[in-house]
Ligand binder design. Structure first.
Ligand code: AMP
Length: 176
């Protein structure tokens, strides 16, 4: 067993040119199928955020659900999905943003966050930060306060942290 960061990096598979030429896709399914490592990841995220006086965890569709829902359970908090356009059935708020490989929309139910809720936004990976920033915009539009962002991994060269400046941004394994 190495350091958590080394073990996480070793367990993630990189698929070149997916879904488009020039994108090195980080495939976390090879991490998630490993029960022991999955638990060490959840332990580390729980430890980082358990003192943060949070009210809710927002997970970003779809891989943010895989990381966010178990974390919400460990922290004893509600879980709120931020979903792709057209998936949520009730009254909602929407935002559009630029992605590393295209344009995308994100939505949340209008009653999913209460005014003053302290919220953690979770996804598997931080790239340009556009997706997480969009989720934060929705949370803030609903009157919530974004306390921080949690990721399993981060592509440093895409400067996502710059877009999330001023927030507490945490990732377990960083790639240059
Ligand atoms: P971004 O909005 O650029 O920070 O992109 C983050 C979102 O896109 C996350 O939901 C990631 O799962 C996904 N994503 C972006 N780039 C990659 C990549 N190179 N490998 C895997 N997932 C990615």
């Amino acid at each position: 067993m190495g350091s958590l960061e080394a073990d996480v990096r070793k367990s993630i598979r990189t698929i070149p040119d997916y879904p488009k030429k020039g994108i090195p896709f980080k495939d976390l399914t090879t991490l998630w199928r490993n029960g022991k490592l999955n638990r060490r990841v959840a332990d580390a995220l729980e430890k980082k955020w358990k003192g943060a006086k949070l009210d809710k965890v927002v997970g970003i569709e779809a891989r943010g659900f895989i990381v966010g829902a178990p974390l919400a359970d460990r922290l004893g908090l509600g879980f709120v999905p931020a979903r792709k356009v057209g998936k949520l059935p009730a009254k909602k708020v929407s935002v559009n943003y630029e992605l590393e490989y295209g344009r995308q929309g994100l939505e949340m139910h209008s009653d999913s966050i209460s005014k003053g809720d302290r919220v953690l936004v979770v996804d598997d990976l931080l790239a340009t930060g556009g997706t997480s920033k969009a989720a934060a915009t929705l949370v803030e539009r609903l009157g919530g306060k974004v306390v921080g962002f949690a990721f399993v991994t981060e592509l440093k060269s895409l400067n996502g942290r710059r877009k999330l400046a001023g927030y507490d941004v945490y990732s377990l394994a960083k790639y240059d």
